[in-house]
Design a protein around this ligand. Structure first.
Ligand code: HEC
Length: 229
């Protein structure tokens, strides 16, 4: 018992001494000599702080300039939400191989099937459970079988009445892949002949995003080639 007591007393003493030695009476705030001040005190502004030089909207992390197109993305179509007539003739020259068609189906099942149904009959689980009141488009119905692809694209981009926009979830190419998948299923259910397949002639595209984007990509590739030399 005595040994335990003395161990406790000794360790308490050591601890107190330790604490006391920390308190030197005056706090030392000087970091000492700085070898490379630029590294100690960053000159760069940190993200999400503000830069007074930028004025009122002083956030350091800036939005891209209006009209910026990320590499690999398509040029904008310049159509607006209400341009329903223009969207009816809007199309693409993108053509998809079997793998891309499969991806279109996968994306459809993730984003659209919950309402439009995995069989594209408008009987998705969200609707058939009664939790979603608006009847989603039945893509096998005569009303939608011959719907222009551009109109479908507009629905995916902006939404339609009770349906929300999927522009944030699907980029342009993904949207076209999903539409190609819908058109493929429709072509097998009394719809128009399928035209998104590889080797099918591109329609005379009115506002063609893909074609317009191509020369830029080619120019980029050339530049990269030059750099490499
Ligand atoms: C939350 C349920 C819901 C989801 C998810 C959904 N839709 Fe819809 N969709 C609807 C409803 C409801 C309508 C009918 C809108 C109307 O005509 O009032 C509709 C209509 C449409 C139409 C017809 C547009 C028109 O002009 O009449 C298309 C095309 C379409 N959806 C495509 C898609 C695609 C592609 C996806 C997936 C990216 C998708 N939808 C996801 C509910 C949904």
């Amino acid at each position: 018992m005595n040994t335990i007591k003395s161990i406790v007393v000794v360790s308490l003493g050591v601890a107190l001494c330790g604490l006391a030695s920390c308190d030197t009476g005056n706090l030392r705030r000087d970091p000492g000599h700085i070898y490379a001040p630029d590294m100690t005190y960053s000159r760069a502004y940190d993200a999400y702080t503000s830069n007074p030089k930028l004025g009122k909207d002083s956030l350091i992390s800036r939005l891209p300039v209006d009209g910026t197109i990320a590499r690999g993305h398509m040029l904008p179509d310049h159509l607006k939400e209400g341009d329903t007539t223009a969207y009816k003739t809007f199309t693409t020259s993108l053509r998809f191989n079997a793998e891309e068609m499969k991806e279109g189906g996968r994306l459809f099942n993730i984003y659209c099937a919950i309402c439009h149904g995995p069989n594209l009959d408008g009987q998705g689980p969200l609707y058939s459970s009664g939790k979603f009141a608006a009847m989603p488009a039945n893509f096998k119905d005569g009303k939608y079988l011959h719907m222009p692809v551009g109109q479908m694209f507009a629905a995916a981009k902006y939404g339609k009445n009770m349906m929300g926009s999927y522009a944030a979830q699907l980029d342009e190419k993904q949207r076209w892949m999903v539409i190609a998948y819908i058109k493929k299923v429709q072509s097998e259910n009394g719809g128009d002949a399928f035209t998104f397949g590889e080797g099918t002639a591109a329609p005379a595209a009115k506002a063609d995003t893909a074609k317009a984007a191509m020369p830029m990509a080619a120019a980029d590739a050339k530049k990269d080639e030059k750099k490499a030399k």
